[in-house]
Design a protein around this ligand. Structure first.
Ligand code: SAM
Length: 317
């Protein structure tokens, strides 16, 4: 059975890589923002940039549509009532009506229900294809409710929770410990804790660690370790690391370069599987990664505001 991940259009590449990091599937197809893959992964709720989950029923063309509708065993997927949605067709209302009546004829005593139907069938026209799917789940995680200004301890440089969650997911971690070596007020740790991982946070600043502790407590995250530590001096090895590097317009690029260089050297020693690192884009991060003999696997650009764009880089040892 193939699953369709309806990706957020905000950044299709990042949304796609987030899904692939967790499904571990290299084989997939992408039609517009529809990512189709054969996977046993079911923990959909942890995804940050997927909007809906569907089951693929079949893919057809305009000419074959009626024939394929009549060949499909609708009884197998029909529950109590149903509703048809058509996307990207010229006349949506007419299309939905005629598709519904075709399916209707293949069911015994069906019922139509437009709001909250138990069976929602979607016809999505993308170029010359029509992708027919059954909606399984709408993902409604309330990332907005955890935005930095809604936490007890505010820190302006904290990431948007949706991006923080995606960074955790991009490491591919399924269970166990995730390290944020520059944890600040705990934005990444909160998102790791929300999906039952064991977050570990280090920071060089005592006040920041206290902020992280208060924030984690606020979101009832228990299995968490916080330590006062210089990220450039870590000795313990970790499978998965996600972090947003310190940056400040007041800090000279030269000083940041020194800090990043030291940290990447440490990362080379301690990283076992995958790290996801946020760099400010005014730094020549590619050069630094190469110098540390680390491998940059993918990178995404994340626009924060006029004066700051971030590069999110997936790194292998
Ligand atoms: C950009 S903030 C991290 C923001 C964090 N993601 C959050 O949600 O609050 C960077 C943090 O790195 C810390 N830091 C700076 N240099 C450090 C070092 N050498 N080792 C560990 N932490 C350091 C700073 O104290 C700051 O809290």
């Amino acid at each position: 059975m193939k699953t369709i991940f309806i990706l957020s259009k905000q950044d299709i590449e990042l949304s796609k890589q987030e899904v692939l990091a967790l499904t571990k599937k290299k084989k997939h197809v992408l039609y517009d923002n529809l990512l189709i893959t054969d996977t046993r992964f079911r923990n959909y709720k942890r995804l940050a940039y997927t909007k809906e989950i569907h089951r693929l029923l079949f893919i057809t063309t305009k000419n074959q549509l009626e024939k394929d509708i009549n060949n499909f065993k609708w009884k197998k997927i029909y529950k109590k009532n149903f509703c048809i949605r058509a996307h990207n067709f010229k006349n949506t209302e007419n299309t939905e009506r005629s598709l519904a009546s075709l399916i209707w004829n293949n069911l015994s005593l069906p019922k139509a229900k437009l709001r909250n139907p138990s069976t929602e069938i979607i016809f999505n026209k993308i170029n010359n294809r029509i992708i027919v799917s059954l909606k399984i789940e709408e993902l409604k995680e309330k990332f907005e409710s955890r935005k930095p200004h809604l936490r007890p301890e505010l820190h302006p440089s904290s990431l948007h929770p949706r991006l923080a969650r995606a960074m955790v997911n991009l490491t591919g971690i399924k269970k166990g410990t995730l390290l944020d070596p520059f944890c600040g007020s705990g934005g990444i740790l909160i998102e790791a804790g929300m999906i039952n991982l064991k977050p570990t946070g280090y920071d060089i600043d005592k006040i920041m660690l206290k902020r992280a502790e208060i924030n984690l407590k606020h979101f009832k995250i228990k299995d968490c370790t916080l330590k006062l530590k210089d990220a450039t001096k870590i000795k313990t090895k970790f499978n998965y690391i996600a972090t947003d590097l310190p940056y400040s317009k007041n800090t000279r690029a030269k000083d940041l370069n020194i800090l990043y260089k030291e940290f990447l050297k440490t990362l080379k020693q301690i990283l076992k599987k995958k790290a996801v690192i946020g760099f400010p884009d005014f730094i020549d991060y590619k050069k630094l990664i190469k110098q540390a003999k680390l491998k940059a696997e993918e990178e995404f650009t994340y626009y924060l505001h006029k004066s700051l764009t971030k590069k999110i880089v997936i790194i292998r040892p």
